[in-house]
Design a protein around this ligand. Structure first.
Ligand SMILES: Nc1nc2c(c(=O)[nH]1)N[C@H]1C(S)=C(S)[C@@H](COP(=O)(O)OP(=O)(O)OC[C@H]3O[C@@H](n4cnc5c(=O)[nH]c(N)nc54)[C@H](O)[C@@H]3O)O[C@H]1N2
Ligand SMILES: Nc1nc2c(c(=O)[nH]1)N[C@H]1C(S)=C(S)[C@@H](COP(=O)(O)OP(=O)(O)OC[C@H]3O[C@@H](n4cnc5c(=O)[nH]c(N)nc54)[C@H](O)[C@@H]3O)O[C@H]1N2
Ligand SMILES: [Mo]
Length: 701
């Protein structure tokens, strides 16, 4: 008999789809999108559509493992959970005694985005222990800070409301690959006559679905945004009433924009001045107009500043608070979950006082996850003696892989990896712990791209001896002697606590309701939700409660109080000597068939993604005597890789594009593109810079 279970996709994607799992004899036989969910609409992306392939992958880890060979060799022997927990806690107690708890570093990101297995887990055991904190900066940090200076950390437009727009810009985001369920709303708008614009230095699948593709030089979007605003002010198409009522410093901002004439903007961006003027006028007049802003473009040396400048545009034309109008970077801030209830960020352990100590008196040091390689290799006080990895695959995904792997090879580093798959990182572990997949554990999902809460109900029992993150961390906490009651909580306890709020958006959305229906849209004042409507009294989360085109907060943090264009760190403008040697700007954004390094080990998706490749312009290929399908040797001062050439006009001369991310294991000579990427930090938030890399290439064979 086949039974069905309502669940959801847990992966790091703005869509967070409602799923149905089909189960026969305790086995997952297939999955489908839940047709009742108005956002998922019964469709799943290519990656998740055959989830059973992932659940039953031969790469699944099914028992705890102890290293029996050399570091990174991948030789392990099975041990019991009791042995594993004893070995880990015993070693940690010794390390804490010798070097204090900061010598232990947890490393995690968004393998699952669950409230239980990501959010709650990230703030409990580690805070209790006083372990080094991890700055989780690899994805959205620069964008959040840049956006925050303008609007505060507030939620954007309802994705479903894009269907009501007349002019849509997908700015630095590849929706057809990374946010596929937003596209039907874009197409609906297009069918009603809307213009769909894509702004990207690479001709993406999304660009191919657009009415107007704008292709600036990478890292120049701040100039483009200010140039567009300048034309809007010049043409008197700005909304003065809105600017007076809802913003701070618009006249100073207007004067700043005047520095970005269409001629100067054209020079910086490589676009034609006429195109800039045309785009500005269309954006301001074909209203309601909406911007979908991606995190992707912000992973650039000047990414925070780019996002900040773009985030000002809706205010200039008074786009907020009207249907089909405004901007969406993230919907996360709209979810009023009681996250304080599920974490304990206020408490850290003090060696001389077993009772709880407030943050601020004894805050542990924080390590930026983008700099993990350096942190493991450079002398720090105390040294990092143990690394506990879960929900992440740093050997493959973190920038500057050479440094990361060298760090993981350290003989004296005690590495524990809790994983579903024998990933590139798990290979370097001393102890590997088996993790359940979403089909085997319970969780609650919010979303960064839509407004539905989803409950994940387990569909099948855990495979082998695998366990969810929360259970493993609870076991480790007890073995460490931490008897706090949070370490007795089950996933259901955490979910009930997260839903325990009297916020009107969650009225009636109980655990039981979600068990029955699988999902619920937030009960926002209107549907589609129109945030910041004048009648709602909803404010921006800045100090002034207004949109800050001039930001005192930015000034206090040492930035220009207004947005401006600064060339990215590793660019020809900022570093001409380096560009002499490495003349190509490599972009490395999301692959269509993978999700970061998740799914990249599944044969059907590897086949669709073909092989590790790099797109280069015909001019750049010709001067190096390279043609399509040649193996290229690509290198810089950090490392080198071999990638198959796709000679294509999709990139302009001087730019190359290689999607993220193949495992090192499955790349030529075991080296993926992160051998080339930079661990320099973005201008804001300590963000990643996966698109700010200068490289050189030649034909290999
Ligand atoms: N299929 C698939 N889906 C995914 C992911 C995946 O790996 N694969 N990853 C998930 C995750 S973790 C995230 S954060 C999101 C990211 O989703 P997106 O925000 O869409 O991110 P990317 O595709 O990495 O980058 C978007 C685009 O930015 C462009 N870009 C690079 N530099 C610049 C620039 O200077 N200016 C402009 N205008 N554009 C630039 C790139 O060419 C790329 O097309 O997607 C999620 N969804
Ligand atoms: N070159 C390049 N590199 C990039 C990017 C890029 O655009 N270009 N994108 C960056 C971005 S945006 C991001 S967000 C990061 C993502 O970096 P990561 O968050 O590390 O993402 P994934 O590669 O998806 O790895 C997640 C791992 O968690 C495991 N996992 C999944 N669920 C669970 C669970 O419940 N428990 C445990 N213990 N493990 C689980 C999966 O098997 C997988 O190996 O990568 C970054 N790396
Ligand atoms: Mo991400």
């Amino acid at each position: 008999m086949i039974s069905t279970v309502k669940t959801a996709c847990p992966h790091d994607c703005p869509d967070t789809c409602s799923m149905i799992a089909f189960v026969e004899d305790g086995k997952l036989i297939r999955v489908a999108g839940n047709p009742e969910n108005p956002f998922t609409r019964g469709n799943l992306c290519r990656k998740v559509a055959h989830y059973e392939e992932r659940v039953y992958s031969p790469d699944r880890i099914l028992t705890p493992l102890l290293r029996s060979g050399k570091k990174g060799e991948g030789k392990f022997e099975a041990i019991s959970w009791n042995q594993a927990v004893y070995l880990i806690s015993d070693r940690w107690k010794q390390i804490i005694q010798e070097n204090g708890p900061e010598a232990i570093l947890p490393y995690s990101y968004a393998g699952t985005m669950g409230v239980v297995n990501m959010s709650a887990c990230d703030g409990r055991l580690w805070n209790r222990m006083g372990a080094s904190q991890l700055k989780r900066t690899i994805c959205s940090a620069a964008a959040e800070v840049g956006y925050g200076y303008v609007n505060g950390w507030t939620g954007g437009m309802d994705t479903e409301d894009f269907a009501n727009s007349k002019f849509i810009i997908a700015w630095g985001t590849n929706l057809s690959s990374t946010n596929v369920h937003q596209m039907p709303f874009v197409r609906e708008a297009q069918a009603k006559g809307a213009t769909f614009v894509v702004i990207d230095p690479y001709r993406t699948r999304t660009a191919n679905a657009s009415d107007w593709f704008v292709q600036p030089r990478p890292g120049t979007d701040a100039a483009l945004a200010l140039g567009l605003a300048n034309t809007i002010f010049q043409e008197k198409l700005h909304d003065e009433e809105f600017l007076e009522r809802c913003t701070v410093g618009w006249r100073e901002f207007r004067d700043r924009c005047a520095e970005y004439t269409s001629e100067r903007t054209a020079q910086i961006t490589g676009l034609e001045a006429e195109e800039i003027v045309k785009l500005a006028i269309a954006y301001a007049t074909q209203t309601p107009s909406a911007i979908r802003l991606g995190y992707g473009m912000s992973r650039t040396g000047n990414g925070g500043g780019m996002i900040r400048a773009i985030a000002c545009l809706p205010a200039v034309i008074g786009a907020w608070g009207k249907p089909g109008s405004g901007l969406l970077l993230s919907s996360s801030p709209h979810f009023p979950l009681n996250t304080r209830n599920i974490k304990r960020p206020d408490l850290v352990h003090s060696p001389d006082d077993e009772s709880q100590v407030k943050w601020g008196r004894n805050v542990p040091r924080a390590i930026n996850m983008n700099e993990i390689g350096r942190a493991l290799l450079e002398e720090t006080d105390p040294p990092i003696r143990s690394l506990y990895v879960y929900n992440s695959n740093p050997a493959a995904v973190a920038p500057n892989s050479n440094a990361v792997i060298k760090g993981l090879l350290r003989e004296d580093l005690f590495t524990v990896v809790h994983e579903q798959m024998m990933s590139d990182t798990a290979l370097y572990a001393d102890i590997v712990l088996p993790a359940t997949t979403q089909m085997e554990h319970m969780d609650l999902m919010r979303s960064y791209g839509q407004l539905y809460l989803n409950l994940c109900t387990p569909a099948v029992p855990p495979l082998g001896e695998s366990k969810p993150n929360i259970e493993v961390l609870n076991m480790l906490a007890k073995a460490m002697g931490y008897m706090d009651s949070v370490f007795d909580e089950t996933a259901e306890d955490v979910i009930r606590k997260a839903l325990d709020t009297d916020h009107p958006y969650l009225e009636g959305i109980t655990f039981e309701y979600l068990q029955e229906h699988g999902f619920a849209k937030l009960h926002t004042p209107s549907n589609p939700f129109v945030p910041y409507a004048q009648s709602s009294g909803m404010k921006f989360a800045t100090a002034s409660g207004k949109i800050e085109l001039y930001s005192e907060a930015a000034k206090k943090d040492g930035y220009d109080p207004m947005p401006g264009y600064e060339p990215a760190s590793e660019s020809a403008e900022a570093h001409p000597e380096l560009a002499e040697i490495f003349p190509i700007n490599l972009l490395s954004p999301a692959a269509h068939h993978f999700l970061n390094s998740t799914f990249s080990n599944l044969p059907s998706l590897m086949k669709s993604e073909k092989e590790p490749r790099i797109w280069v312009n015909p001019e750049d290929a010709a001067v190096r005597g390279a043609v399509n399908d040649d193996m290229l040797h690509v290198w810089n001062h950090r490392g080198d890789v071999n990638l198959k050439a796709v000679v294509s006009e999709n990139v302009k001369p001087g730019v190359a594009w290689s999607p993220s991310l193949w495992w090192h294991r499955d790349s030529p000579e075991n080296r993926n593109v992160n051998m080339l990427t930079s661990d320099a930090l973005a201008d804001m938030g300590g963000g990643a810079t996966f698109h700010t890399n200068l490289v050189q290439f030649e034909k290999r064979y």
